[in-house]
Design a protein around this ligand. Sequence first.
Ligand code: FAD
Ligand code: SF4
Length: 509
Amino acid sequence: YREIRLILGDQLNSNHSWFKEVSTDVLYVLAELKQESTYVKHHIQKICAFFAGMRAFAAQLEAQGQHVLYVKINDLRSENSFANLLVELAREKSAEIIRYQLPDEYRLDAELAELHQQSSFKIIADDTEHFLTSRTDFKNFFAGKKQFLMERFYRNMREKHRFLMDGSAPEGGKWNFDHDNRKKYKNEVPIPKPQNFANDVTAIYEEIQQAQLPHFGTIDASKLIWPITRSQALGVLKHFCEALLPYFGTYEDAMHGDDPFLFHSRLSFAMNAKLLSPTEVIEASISAYRSNDKISIAQIEGFVRQIAGWREYVRGLYWKEMPNYAQLNHLENQNPLPEFYWTGNTKMNCLRKSISQSLSLAYAHHIQRLMVIGNFSLLTQLHPDAVDAWYLGIYIDAIEWVELPNTRGMSQWADGGIIATKPYVSSGSYINKMSDYCGKCAYNVKERVGENACPFNALYWNFLDEKQAFFKDNQRMSMMLALLKKIPAAELAEIKLRAAAVIANPDRF
Ligand code: FAD
Ligand code: SF4
């Protein structure tokens, strides 16, 4: 072979220009390396989904006539690093060129960049041809700015890519329809059945056991529900556009004890593995909006904002701020994770539901991640390293470039406000407003103190009190801090005692 080309597990983009030609000079390499499965403990469904996706992708390339070398998790070569594996193979096959697509993760980028130091082979790094922005667009867009407002970035993306534009104005007359969206779900409309698959990953599951990879969470290996091929991913996209998009925005922030998915697209794994491109997802959803009267501008705008806005925004921020970002702990939080994060075993219904579904499905939607689990983690002052490792392990879509800014930044405010101007913290009242959790909980969401009081309430006021020095110059926190000041000293003392009890032993609650 003249050329060795690496395809990483999250680079399953069959439309990449690499594959336009079938060449017998090129050996494609996909590898299930131990290092990728052990740097953090992953959910078993996540490991199975990535391996199954990679194996299906390799089989598809072979069917097209490409030459593929596939390293399985129990092969000897799986002990290698990517860089060593590539050099080893290039030597064995007498190749002249080693080629890879730019990884989205800083750690792998650094590892592969080292290849450029050696002189035996020509090393070429290509774009993944997936994102709407390059690694540096964000940095250039905000050059010289102190604040990186997502709204500015998003509007620029809309203009640049002509998404939902009416000449130079946004379609529908405004850029943001958040105000019309984000309602509580009260069974007004039935929730469509999710598009689940029954991928049999039993063989992969057994190989993972044999390799003794650490993992957690549950799986029915005969029926993995996540899409692992492009055609399955296209099926999820079609289902979303037809059945879910008409209510996507309306119930975007709603939570419901009986339904883990509501109207969410569940496209994150397929997009993050690059089975689908953001452009095609946006184009398909806009075309559904144009042909279906039931889809209002508020629904489609809410969806496009997530993908052209948030998804590209966090990626740009990641590349601008790494590697420092992964170390930040602005609020100096130090507590360990409660045990119930690994079991779902807690009396707090919102957490029990959100964590249990994360363990059984490798999925929770945005508001569960942010305002239930993330909120509790921040209010109990958990160490961001522990919170990060948990989020990076548990979710089917968790890859560092997207997980880290969301978790450490948006949710734990460990970056001191780079991504979010104020921390996403709330008492139980927000959770009650957006869900049916509180009605079925052992605790009373209206009470602040006493054995039956919702723990979020005491934790919230305690957090503001303990951390107020960090927020003294933050305009957006002034109302919360003014309310804190109005709490009589004796009541605040009681609140703080209750919060201290939760923080000291969260597993008792
Ligand atoms: P939908 O609600 O249907 O949204 C559509 C798409 O928009 C998603 O598939 C996703 O690609 C994109 N999107 C929406 N919000 C965001 C966001 N904040 N950042 C980036 N993309 C977004 N998303 C991940 O893909 N991987 C992660 O590891 C991850 N970790 C998160 C951790 C925390 C603490 C929080 C608050 C959010 C995290 N998110 C992450 C963002 C978001 O929660 C998930 O993308 C979403 O829940 C995936 O489900 P869905 O495909 O049904 O999303
Ligand atoms: Fe969660 Fe508090 Fe509501 Fe219970 S009462 S579900 S702990 S917010």
